[in-house]
Design a protein around this ligand. Structure first.
Ligand code: ADP
Length: 122
């Protein structure tokens, strides 16, 4: 059997594959335990400080327009403790997603302990 060289156009020679999960279960967890980027349903992210801090509604409106046009450029930071997601920042991006009616938001997830969580709640 002859070995024929595979000839591909230049734009096929290098490509990358990215994947995301819609159920919040990371399937690309790095061995180093570093942060993972995932799309997570909004209702799965607990926001313990939401009622105590009001968002700037002008910022939220500007973000809604921008996210609608160019998408979320910077994921929000989320802490995962015992399988539960907690968000303490990214409040304007989170509200912009809520008001746009998006079911999920792209998150940078770091694992933490109960002690880390207590530290955030102080
Ligand atoms: P938040 O409470 O969400 O952090 P800020 O107003 O403090 O709100 O910051 C907005 C953040 O949103 C910035 O870090 C900016 O880089 C990020 N961002 C992500 N996607 C967009 C976008 N499409 N348009 C504008 N800012 C964006």
């Amino acid at each position: 059997m002859a070995n024929l060289p595979l000839r591909l156009p230049n734009h096929f020679r290098s490509f990358s594959v990215t994947a995301s999960s819609t159920n919040g279960i990371p399937f690309n967890t790095p061995k180093s335990g570093g942060p993972v980027i995932l799309e997570i349903p909004l209702e799965k992210i607990r926001r313990p400080l939401m009622r105590t801090r009001a968002n700037d509604q002008e910022k939220v409106k500007d973000l809604m327009a921008s996210i609608r046009e160019i998408g979320l450029q910077e994921p929000i930071d989320v802490l995962e403790v015992d399988g539960v997601y907690y968000g303490f920042s990214g409040c304007h991006r989170y509200e912009a997603h809520q008001r746009l009616g998006f079911p999920t938001i792209r998150c940078k997830i770091r694992k933490g302990t109960k002690e880390t969580l207590r530290h955030h709640l102080r």
